[in-house]
Design a protein around this ligand. Structure first.
Ligand SMILES: [Mn+2]
Length: 335
């Protein structure tokens, strides 16, 4: 259980804040940052939201005031002089990529508000609830603890987006009656669930839709279909989305799990220099433990690995080999 009063104490004590989140921010990251910023705004606090990545197109509708900035060194002075740094929705400093050095240098009092396992100790205080389905729900309780009247429509929209996206639209594990109560409250405050869903998921480009189609056509199976995986190598990526920038293929991997046989789904994304792997599972197969063997992490049913500088073929071999071993041991343990 998170001590919300302690977070409020910190917010009341100080006046200038930096809010940041992880590389390739998802809906939970962006929604949580904005809801927190709207809260600070109402308390007349000075704040700056600055991230390594720019905000994915499908979440920009939440940021009408353009409060979120993409990091460059012109922000260094403000980051160094801030009194508090709030890290949301991540727990290892490396996930801020280009911001690692400046975050190490700032003397700001640092806190994490998050729901991932095994936080790294780069901050002064950690507020983590691994049972929470989204960081957004923690921000909701934080504001509610202070004064629920401060949850206005735009805050509700940001929080709804955070919770909707991190729960796969309310389908994943850790959905409880309580989560639905929170969401009901957000809708009561003016959030239009259909509008948000369409903004987030139904405005992708034709190219990205075709990329999804080809990714699905190329799904490969192992262990009688218990493992299903997709490979997005530079060839297929360049064919549809010719850019060196990493982009969001969040959700593609879930199609691997739509097969009846599949317990473990994986997506291999070839970076300019390295490989990113997204892992998803059904039931109690712990993909976070598989990810941790390669320096990654996450949740029981959703985790990720990032191997900079490594070749796609090598990563494919070793991750699939380890996945098979883990799955065999897992099935043995069920007997
Ligand atoms: Mn999250």
């Amino acid at each position: 259980m998170i001590n919300y009063n302690r977070i409020i104490e910190i917010i009341q004590k100080y006046n200038s804040f930096i809010i940041t989140t992880h590389v390739n921010p998802d809906g939970d990251a962006i929604g949580s940052e904005l809801a927190l910023a709207y809260f600070l705004q109402k308390l007349n606090k000075k704040f700056l939201i600055v991230n390594h990545s720019s905000t994915p197109e499908n979440y920009t509708f939440l940021d009408e005031e353009n409060l979120i900035h993409k990091y460059n060194s012109s922000f260094d002075k403000e980051i160094l002089n801030a009194e508090v740094l709030i890290a949301v929705d991540f727990n290892t400093i490396g996930r801020t990529r280009s911001m690692v050095e400046i975050l190490k240098r700032t003397k700001a009092y640092k806190i994490i508000i998050d729901h991932h396992r095994n936080p790294q100790n780069f901050v002064d205080e950690i507020f983590v609830d691994v049972d929470a389905p989204a960081t957004g729900i923690l921000i909701y309780y934080l504001i509610k603890n202070y004064d629920e009247k401060l949850i206005d429509k735009k805050t509700a929209d940001a929080l709804y987006t955070a919770i909707m996206t991190d729960t796969g639209s309310f389908r994943f594990e850790r959905i409880t009656p309580e989560v639905h109560h929170v969401v009901a409250d957000l809708i009561a405050r003016g959030t239009n669930a259909t509008y948000i869903y369409n903004k987030v998921y139904n405005e992708i480009s034709f190219e990205k839709l075709k990329l999804l189609g080809e990714s699905i056509c190329n799904i490969k199976l192992e262990m009688d279909g218990k493992i299903a995986y997709m490979i997005l190598d530079r060839n297929i990526l360049n064919k549809y989305v010719p850019s060196d920038e990493e982009f969001d293929v969040d959700g593609f991997v879930n199609y691997c799990l739509s097969l009846k046989s599949t317990i473990l789904g994986m997506l291999f994304f070839e970076l300019k220099n390295g490989v990113k792997v997204s892992l998803r599972s059904k039931g109690t197969f712990p993909v976070n433990l598989l990810a941790e063997k390669f320096g990654g992490g996450g949740h029981l049913n959703a985790a990720g690995i990032r191997l900079d500088g490594e070749k796609l073929d090598d990563v494919l071999n070793k991750v699939i080999q380890q996945a098979k071993e883990d799955l065999i041991n897992y099935e043995r343990s069920l007997k």
